[in-house]
Design a protein around this ligand. Structure first.
Ligand code: ADP
Ligand code: MG
Length: 569
């Protein structure tokens, strides 16, 4: 038996760790299961390369609650530690055995999925435990070791009787943390952080219904048996090759991620890159509704299949935070507590990559099945339009597939629209005037008047469309948008008017003056020519710029979706 002092310069580091290192006490479980996973993955690696001459088998990680004894046990069947290794890895705070392992087996272990990094995770146990024990037996032929520490820098280390390979961590739960002795609480944590970790995690047992034996009567109950309750899926879809997955697999994984989402996603994007950074994942375009779940079900960030956070701000460009799915990257630089992103050049690259992948996917959907893309447009336009406004690189790509629907249900790309409108909708200054309506019912008579003149009228009704039009007007040459009720109709080159008005010019003037007096607002104009060609006796128009200014004041500034900055216009 050995006793000694943990090698730290701060006399009592535990209260510090407890207080400052991690903001969330609950992450202790994630850290300990990560260590158990690492220990198992290390063994897998060592058996694969022939360095450990033992049977790898089908190792599990088990989490057990002993409510009476006020203890939590975390048991693995991984590499274990010799007494010497406990001295080295546990007693030296901030010495990461995970990093050392990766260093030692550099190339061969590069893709082993080892999680550890900072050499501090283990000590998060003291956030919830007043005393921690480690009982561990190495895969090497050496006696087991038993380490005990009560949260002061003093520990004891002695031999143990354990004969099976692996490590058992025993947490003596502190008085102020007894909530972690609740099965419900631990279950929730396991589902949150460990749902897709690579080694099966057992938490209690569950009853499985077996098929009825042949010849069983209708009223005979189906036989059942107790089986391990495995809380995770060790092989989630994003870790597989896209070629090995069907459309159904992707939809199934979406349901696994968001069990409370009943609406199917519109399509998915499988991310997979290993240079210059490592990143895998699957993003889904959801059908966006006003449902409150939309806010809750966000993109989840993982590191080697360990859940980190669902706040991906900074990693995913803002306009894509409306998507759902998973991003997994060991290369996203997170601080010790793993919930905050460190500002880093790699993050910018990751964000650029994701933007490009999304744009490419949309482009291929548009190219390969335009009819389907048109059918989905209404559900995806808000993301695309917002992206065009906020990311110039995205604008360049989306300009080829962004659609402009007409009131009659035709869809044009911008280029097609220009071609279509050129002959008929060019004004005196050679500018293309693009007419649009924002509400088919309200602007019904204006739409009718314009279409009667042979003009094409778009239906642009998303809340940020005035910003997008402004953007298009400044990035394209010689175009301007005008809502059907704007005073632009007059400026267009008109076709010969063949109809003869029933009113004389004087009568028209008098009527116009009467109506204007009745409206009593100088910013509106009364146009009587509509009388000739449509069912409306006259139309009242407001200058486009006035209306749009009002509208942009309403949607601009504070940002839409409560997501902060709208781009400056
Ligand atoms: P990190 O995981 O970042 O390396 P930790 O503080 O979480 O740091 O753990 C320190 C070291 O202790 C690990 O790197 C590993 O060598 C050892 N260790 C911790 N838990 C286990 C375990 N369950 N089995 C074997 N070794 C372990
Ligand atoms: Mg660790």
């Amino acid at each position: 038996m050995a006793t000694g002092k943990i090698n730290v310069s701060v006399e009592n580091i535990f209260p510090l760790i407890k207080k400052f290192l991690y903001s969330d006490h609950e992450i202790f479980l994630r850290e300990l299961i990560s260590n158990a996973t690492d220990a198992t993955l290390k063994l897998k690696h060592l058996t694969t390369i022939g360095e450990a001459k033992v049977e790898y088998g089908n190792p599990l990680i088990e989490v057990k609650i002993d409510k009476e004894g006020k203890k939590i046990h975390i048991i693995d069947q991984g590499v274990g530690m010799t007494e010497e290794e406990v001295q080295k890895y546990i007693n030296e705070i901030a010495f990461s055995g995970a990093e050392e392992f990766l260093d030692k087996y550099k190339d061969s272990a590069k893709d082993s999925g080892i999680i550890g990094h900072f050499g501090l995770g283990f000590y998060s146990a003291f956030m919830v435990a007043s005393k921690v024990e480690i009982i561990t037996k190495s895969y090497k032929d050496e006696p087991a070791a038993h380490w005990t520490c009560d949260g002061s820098p003093n520990f004891t280390l002695k031999k143990a009787k354990k004969t099976t390979r692996g490590t058992e961590i025993i947490l003596h739960v502190a008085e102020d943390s007894t909530e972690f002795l609740e099965e419900g609480k631990i279950g929730t944590l396991l589902r949150k952080y460990n749902k897709f970790m690579p080694i099966p995690i057992k938490f209690g047992t569950t009853t499985e219904t077996l098929p009825k034996p042949e010849g069983a009567k209708e009223e005979d109950p189906a036989p059942t048996k107790e089986v391990d309750n495995i809380i995770n899926n060790p092989n989630p879809a994003w870790t597989k090759q896209p070629t090995d997955l069907t459309d159904e697999d992707y939809k199934g994984f979406y349901r696994e991620l968001y069990p409370m989402q009943f609406e199917e996603p519109l399509f998915h994007i499988h991310l997979n890159v290993d240079y210059p950074f490592n990143l895998t994942g699957i993003l889904y375009f959801p059908k966006l509704t006003n449902d409150l779940n939309t806010q809750k079900d966000r993109i989840q960030l993982y590191q080697n299949q360990v859940f980190v956070t669902d706040n991906v701000e900074g990693i995913v460009p803002e306009f894509l935070t409306m998507l759902r799915g998973v991003i997994d990257s060991p290369d996203i630089p997170l601080n010790v507590s793993r919930s905050y992103l460190q500002a880093d050049g790699a993050v910018k690259k990751i964000s650029t990559y994701i933007t490009r992948k999304v744009a490419d996917k949309l482009n291929s959907l548009f190219k390969n099945n335009r009819a389907d893309f048109e059918a989905k447009w209404n559900d995806i336009k808000i993301v695309i339009e917002y992206g065009m406004l906020s990311e110039d690189k995205f604008f360049e790509k989306a300009d080829k597939f962004a659609l402009y629907p007409t009131v009659d249900g035709a869809y044009y790309t911008f280029e097609e629209l220009q071609e279509k409108l050129k002959p008929n909708q060019t004004d005196k200054d050679e500018k293309l005037v693009i007419l649009y309506a924002s509400n088919k019912e309200e602007q019904h008579s204006y739409i009718e008047a314009a279409t009667a003149k042979g003009y094409e009228v778009l239906l642009l009704d998303s809340p940020i469309v005035s910003h997008l039009m402004q953007k298009l007007e400044t990035s394209k040459e010689k175009i301007s948008f005008a809502r059907v009720d704007a005073d632009h109709l007059d400026n267009l080159i008109k076709k010969e008017d063949t109809q003869i008005s029933k009113l004389s010019d004087e009568e028209k003037e008098a009527l116009k003056t009467d109506i204007e007096t009745a409206i009593n607002n100088k910013s509106y104009t009364v146009q009587l020519e509509a009388m000739d060609s449509s069912s409306s006796p006259f139309i009242i128009t407001e200058p486009e710029f006035m209306r749009r200014m009002k509208e942009m004041q309403q949607t601009g500034g504070g940002g839409m979706f409560g997501m902060g900055n709208m781009p400056e216009m």
